[in-house]
Design a protein around this ligand. Sequence first.
Ligand code: C2O
Length: 557
Amino acid sequence: MAERNNLIQFLVLVWFSAALVHGMERHYKFNVVMKKTTRLCCSKSIVTVNGKFPGPTIYAREDDTVIVKVVNHVNYNITLHWHGVRQMRTGWADGPAYITQCPIQPGQAYTYNFTVTGQRGTLLWHAHILWLRATVYGAIVILPKPGVPYPFPHPHQEKLLIIGEWWKSDVEAVVNEALRSGLAPNVSDAHTINGRPGPVSSCNRRGFNLSVKKGKMYLLRFINAALNDEVFVRIAGHKFTVVEVDSSYVKPFETDTILISPGQTTGAILSADHPDPAGRYLITVSPFMDAPIDVDKVSATAVLKYSGASAAVATVTTAPPPINATWVSNGFINSLRSLNSAAYPAQVPLEIDHSLFFTAGLGFNPCPSCPRKNKIVAYMNNVTFLMPEIALLQAHYYKIKGVFTDDFPARPPNEYNYTGQQPANLHTMEGTRVYRLGYNSTVQIVLQDTAMIAPESHPVHLHGFDFFAVGRGLGNFDPVKDPKKFNLVDPVKRNTIGVPTGGWAAIRFRADNPGVWFMHCHLEVHTTWGLKMAFVVHNGKGPDQSLIPPPTDLPKC
Ligand code: C2O
């Protein structure tokens, strides 16, 4: 009997410690459905998850397993991407259409199953096919492991502020028209905060209210889920203390303006300590664009109000930064540093196996069916990426020939003054090319903007990894002088990096995640034009160093 009790105790202990190591399972059901809405004076139907806009929030703790069953009830093919989740060995659950999976067709379902490891903070999920992410997006909140505190004072409450972009017309029609014409798509009609633009022109729509209690501290989780616009965020009469970006902690710093590019997130502490709690404080979300490119110039607004204060028309206002405020953007970016504490060390690769140099820009290619006989394209290293018809990950795993070639160049084919005088020929090569990386190899990529057609900033997102942003600068990257100025001690860790207009940014990461990983500009308009490529990371030899086999319900093309 005693032995049996011991055995039971032992089994309970094993089960309990296993549960602790592996975290909990979090189950979600995502029904993709159409929803009629009358936001911004126009009534239209949008694609949503569970009829919600923004969609439902995924909550997990570090080490939890997240299981999301997605059922497609709409007439579009769909995939969902868990932006920034590392997906260690689970590339099948990453989500970019035709990169890691074929789309979930109307009437079909697919279950995404992944574990959250080594990350804590704010991320987002969004549709990853065509322009459906315009309305199909939501937050991912990763809390620390049970019993592990934040490395900053515990907030009274947490609030999500999800920034989006809104078109009055049907978004798929907008992009299809652009593809037909070969020209740029229409810019959006409004920015939104938690799905609401705030009072805009003739439409006096109710904006979002951020309600706080005097004397309390709040953790604001900002997400830029917009398609094409980098934005500044301000709250009148208040400052932020930034503590986290892209699910990695940073050294806290104070700022009155936050810059967030599409795909990026920011966790910031707000102290509700204004001496006048009767005031209502304007929140502005305004575009940042320091190149001669047309963007939606309408700021979204919301109101911060203290409990007890009456209805929400702002009484204390703030002007957003000028649209071309490069200095504000630089000030914010230059303040970002990894926390790099004993508990959260910054493990920056110091020896580099693959030193890559990728240019990013726009070009023109022939288009017989277009009115001007040419179309705008975009490229990395002069390659405009063509979407395959079979997902790259399947082609890689099953060794299907003819889907991609593995000759994506490590350097641009022609060297020239990238930010100066452009070549006469603005044509690009087209292809589905990947770059291969050995397991655990270390990689540096210098991302160089070019002035082809126009210089422009590019928030470049890498799937499957967090990387360190070790350097950035204006003009052409200097391979001799610039690396000497790299921060290899406490550079910020992110998954989406802003390549400055007419400048460059350098990132480093370790290729410790086997699979196929997309890298692209997170401005959807640039992705559409072909500013994208993919890495194939090979399996390692160790027991936990291989891509897991595909789930049985993986959609077929
Ligand atoms: Cu948030 Cu490939 O995207």
